[in-house]
Design a binder for this molecule. Structure first.
Ligand SMILES: Cc1cc2nc3c(=O)[nH]c(=O)nc-3n(C[C@H](O)[C@H](O)[C@H](O)COP(=O)(O)OP(=O)(O)OC[C@H]3O[C@@H](n4cnc5c(N)ncnc54)[C@H](O)[C@@H]3O)c2cc1C
Length: 365
């Protein structure tokens, strides 16, 4: 039987969720000697395995990844090809002009970020799920958790980095905090396929079609004949595989999945919540509608800077949550959101989005 510890832990910054957004916020804040606690509900960082692992190429990515690429397996992304799967016609063939970035394994990448955050001094608690908020005067001052080791944490600032769940009723904060935007969520399954025809590492293919089975399918090759790809269901994968009327089916006709992970995703990717903060709570990454690994990390970086300013510099004129909102709304990532599925609606051509994305340059401490 586990004996419950009733003691409340106190820290400068509490971060909920050890994904890229939360971990980068933690690393940044700990780098300023702030006392940082991260809660992660799963038994490890890097539990999120449904992701294709594309790190968008931009100044931010190239600067922090330079060091990581010495130790982390990765592929350089060199081309994006947009195809009509039925005719096989190439709609856009875009060569890397600096936007390409890298493909990584998400589980390994997140663990590396966790290592960096811990090295910087952050404390990571695994198997510790934030379950409810603690409030004083309508302000969030802490959370209760599922863990007997750390049942309650109070902090001077709280960052919610709990990912897609915040967009749904299951999000721990969402249950208690109404944020003025409900995401339209759809489920799917991400697969690692082997024996795929004509896929080369670093060349990404996206299929645009009016056929709902084929529309939006994409191939993210991590090796020769090996690719990550997502489908609406296992059944949908099997059906596409059996069809003989399009280029995508031809590619995956002989493939087999060696790994699968289910996910939730947003239809309205590229749309931030109207509120990025609420009652003092700061939302970063997917939890504030900021999709994408790099975008999420940058939002975590801004959150940490805003909190650092309030705590260390005693910034009394502007509170951390307000400063974070300002930083975000004026940022490259807010003006150029991660939304590769909705590109045509926002940017006309993929090329326009990719070219603008490479200009993202939040500085790296
Ligand atoms: C199929 C698919 C493919 C994708 N491919 C790409 C891609 O190639 N490139 C890209 O940039 N983006 C991609 N994305 C988007 C990307 O995965 C997300 O934007 C990114 O993971 C968001 O990071 P995050 O840190 O905000 O949240 P997450 O990575 O979701 O991390 C949130 C963390 O919080 C933890 N958590 C949740 N609730 C609690 C709680 N109550 N208490 C404690 N811990 C909690 C979770 O366990 C998790 O570890 C993809 C998404 C999908 C669905």
């Amino acid at each position: 039987m586990v004996t419950e510890c009733k003691q409340s832990v106190k820290c400068d910054i509490l971060i909920i969720g050890a994904g890229p957004a939360g971990l980068w916020a933690a690393k940044t804040a700990a780098g300023y000697n702030l006392d940082v606690v991260i809660l992660e509900e799963h038994p490890c960082a890097g539990f999120t395995k449904h992701c294709s692992g594309w790190l968008l190429g931009c100044e931010f990515t190239y600067r922090f990844f330079n060091e990581l690429k010495q130790i982390l397996p990765h592929q350089k992304v060199s081309r994006f090809i947009i195809r009509d799967p039925v005719s096989g016609a190439v709609k856009e063939d875009i060569e890397d002009t600096g936007w390409g970035g890298y493909l990584v394994r998400r589980e390994l990448f997140d663990r590396e970020l966790a290592r960096l955050a811990i090295l910087a001094g952050a404390k990571l608690f695994l198997n510790a799920k934030a379950t409810s908020l603690i409030r004083e005067d309508n302000h969030v001052v802490g959370v209760r958790t599922s863990s007997a080791r750390i049942p309650e944490v109070r902090a001077r600032a709280i960052i919610s980095a709990d990912g897609m769940k915040s967009a749904t009723a299951t999000g721990f904060a969402k249950r208690e905090i109404a944020i003025a935007y409900e995401a339209e969520i759809y489920p799917g399954v991400q697969m690692e396929l082997v024996n795929v025809r004509d896929v080369v590492p670093g060349i990404i293919e996206i299929y645009e079609s009016t056929d709902t089975f084929l529309a939006g399918r994409s191939l993210w090759p991590h090796g020769n004949g090996i690719t990550l790809s997502s489908f609406s269901s296992i059944e949908a994968y099997s059906q596409i595989k059996l069809r003989q009327d399009n280029a995508l089916s031809y590619k995956i006709a002989l493939s087999s999945p060696i790994y699968m992970s289910s996910f939730l995703n947003r239809r309205n990717m590229g749309l931030y919540y109207q509120r990025l903060t609420k009652d003092g709570l700061i939302f970063v990454g997917e939890a504030c509608g900021c999709s994408g690994i790099i975008h999420g990390m940058i939002s975590g970086y801004y959150a940490a800077l805003a909190v650092k300013d309030e705590i260390l510099n005693g910034n009394k004129t502007i509170k951390a949550d307000e400063q974070y909102e300002n930083m975000m709304r004026n940022s490259d990532i807010y003006k150029n959101p991660f939304c590769y599925r909705n590109i045509r609606n926002y940017y006309g051509l993929y090329k326009n989005w990719l070219e603008r994305s490479k200009e993202i340059r939040a500085s790296v401490p």
